[in-house]
Design a protein around this ligand. Structure first.
Ligand SMILES: NC(=O)C1=CN([C@@H]2O[C@H](COP(=O)(O)OP(=O)(O)OC[C@H]3O[C@@H](n4cnc5c(N)ncnc54)[C@H](OP(=O)(O)O)[C@@H]3O)[C@@H](O)[C@H]2O)[C@H](O)CC1
Ligand SMILES: [K+]
Length: 465
């Protein structure tokens, strides 16, 4: 069976998957050979022949390092191996024994081209002791290119916690066998540099989280018309500007018809955007395929009324921004729904639904998804999507320029547009999150939310079948 290279595993699942390979007939040593040689090849190519310093720890991460060092030596690359601690696992001991070159004691302070950090990987269980922290940072300061084996040492694999403040930034992290949550979770993610993954044959683990993949979006059918492509109703609120941003993005994300529901037409609305001043009465139109409520809604009693009107209409709905702070367990409606909280709105929802705010973000998002019978897109530099049936999708790192006012309004519009097209809340959240990242990538630096909304169509074009 081909390996699954989109899954994100916690340490226990990774170990179980490796054990399954071993039980299936692949010796642990062979796994280490496969991983270590691929690691060595990455170091050779990225280093372009420059000398490589391999820092080896006591576990199998270190074992990978000895294999990588042997691979580099075999290819004529100058290698210095530093054993920070003696190997303690059978595979690492064997790997060290097979490495014919000299192994330096940690007192040696090498410098030069490439540092390959094989100190610790997914087995790190506590902060680095001072001597190892000093060794790692000292070597990092002395090498032009820093490559982390599996994970930068000092990172907790499951949570992405940085166990030692002041860890070095890496240029490349070569994940071994499968992605770990730390590769995409804050605060570790920014330390990783470019991410690469080595296939050692790890099979799909049922229920594992997955990296968000580029969606496959179909163009409208030949007999399409605006209602068949999906009418989206965007509820304006106290501050219509946010809903206008959402509507602008939604008009370019696939929906056939986007209406702004407001009692009066806001100033400066583009002619292409219909504003239905019958307002909430328009929700009764059976042709409404999806609703977006929240951007600019406000938190007044009227806002609660508008939210409930949207929920009573019982259409697929995206609940965003202020509406998330008004949503209660007793709120009406059973239609498919997507919640798009940032961290603060998440805390408000957890309080409203009686959930704990403790634990990994993916566990919290899953708990809310079940409690609120909704797909939850928990936003942040490490956005993730949780579905009520237990699936977690990890958003790949996106442009840090998305930290701009209105970015969430645009995302909500993209998701709502996709929801209007097909009515699938989980798929709409995934498609919207991908479009948001792709639109930002296409905008380059320092874009406004208006630029981002305007780039939605170009992002969509990258996902078309
Ligand atoms: N078949 C396989 O398992 C493969 C594994 N791969 C590589 O292996 C690592 C995971 O290896 P593992 O040995 O589980 O973990 P580490 O190498 O990260 O190190 C664990 C050892 O380090 C000790 N430790 C943990 N924290 C500290 C600390 N703060 N200070 C000192 N020592 C520490 C730990 O001992 P303890 O019992 O004291 O916790 C272990 O001895 C994985 O990342 C991959 O690189 C292959 O890639 C694929 C096959
Ligand atoms: K490492």
């Amino acid at each position: 069976m081909p390996a699954d290279l989109t899954q994100v595993l916690d340490v226990a699942a990774m170990r179980a998957a490796e054990a399954a390979l071993i039980v299936g007939g692949t010796p642990a040593q062979e796994l280490m050979e496969t991983a270590g040689r691929a690691l060595g090849e990455w170091a050779r190519r990225l280093g372009a022949g420059r000398p490589v310093t391999v820092l080896c720890g006591p576990g199998n991460n270190g074992g990978d390092g000895y294999v990588a060092a042997r691979h580099l030596s075999e290819h004529g690359v100058p290698v210095t191996v530093i054993a920070a601690r003696a190997p303690t696992t059978p595979e690492a001991m064997t790997a060290r024994a097979l490495y014919a070159g000299a192994v330096q004691e940690p007192e040696v302070m090498a410098s030069g081209g490439v540092l390959l950090d094989c100190l610790f990987g997914s087995g790190l269980s506590r902060p680095l002791p001072d001597d190892l922290f000093a060794l790692l940072t000292g070597l990092a300061d002395r090498h032009a290119l820093r490559i982390a084996a599996d994970l930068p040492s000092g990172i907790e694999a499951n949570s992405g916690a940085v166990l030692n403040p002041g860890l070095p930034m890496f240029d490349v992290t070569v994940a071994l066998g499968a992605w770990k949550h730390a590769h995409y979770a804050m605060p570790a993610a920014p330390l990783m540099g470019a991410l690469r993954l080595v296939d050692i044959g790890v099979q799909a683990v049922p229920g594992a989280a997955r990296i968000l993949a580029k969606p496959r979006i179909a163009s409208p059918a030949a007999d399409a018309h605006k209602y068949r492509r999906g009418l989206l109703a965007v509820l304006a609120g106290a501050m219509p500007g946010a809903a206008l941003l959402s509507a602008e993005a939604a008009q370019r994300a696939g929906a056939g018809y986007v209406k702004l529901l407001a009692s009066t037409r806001p100033e400066g609305v583009a002619p292409s955007l219909v504003c239905d001043v019958t307002d909430l009465a328009a929700l009764a139109d059976p042709r409404v395929a999806a609703i977006l409520v929240g951007p600019g809604l406000g938190r007044s009693t009227e806002a609660v009324g508008r939210l409930n009107a949207a929920l009573v209409a019982d259409r697929p709905v995206v609940i965003d921004a202020d509406a998330l702070t008004l949503l209660k367990p007793e709120s009406p409606g059973t239609a498919p729904r997507v919640l798009t909280p940032h961290q603060g709105e998440m805390a408000a929802l957890e309080a409203a639904f009686g959930l704990s705010a403790i634990g990994p973000r993916r566990a919290r998002a899953l708990a809310l998804a079940v409690a609120a019978r909704a797909v939850v897109l928990l936003k942040g530099p490490d956005s993730l999507i949780a579905s009520p049936d237990g699936y977690v999708t990890i958003g790949p790192r996106a442009s840090t320029w998305l930290s701009v006012a209105g970015s969430g309004d645009v995302l909500a519009g993209m998701i709502a547009s996709r929801l209007a097209v097909h009515g699938d809340a989980h798929r709409a959240a995934q498609e919207g999150l991908w479009l948001h990242g792709e639109a930002a990538r296409r905008c380059g630096p320092a874009f406004t939310a208006g630029d981002l909304a305007a780039a939605t169509g170009y992002a969509l074009s990258a996902a078309l079948l």
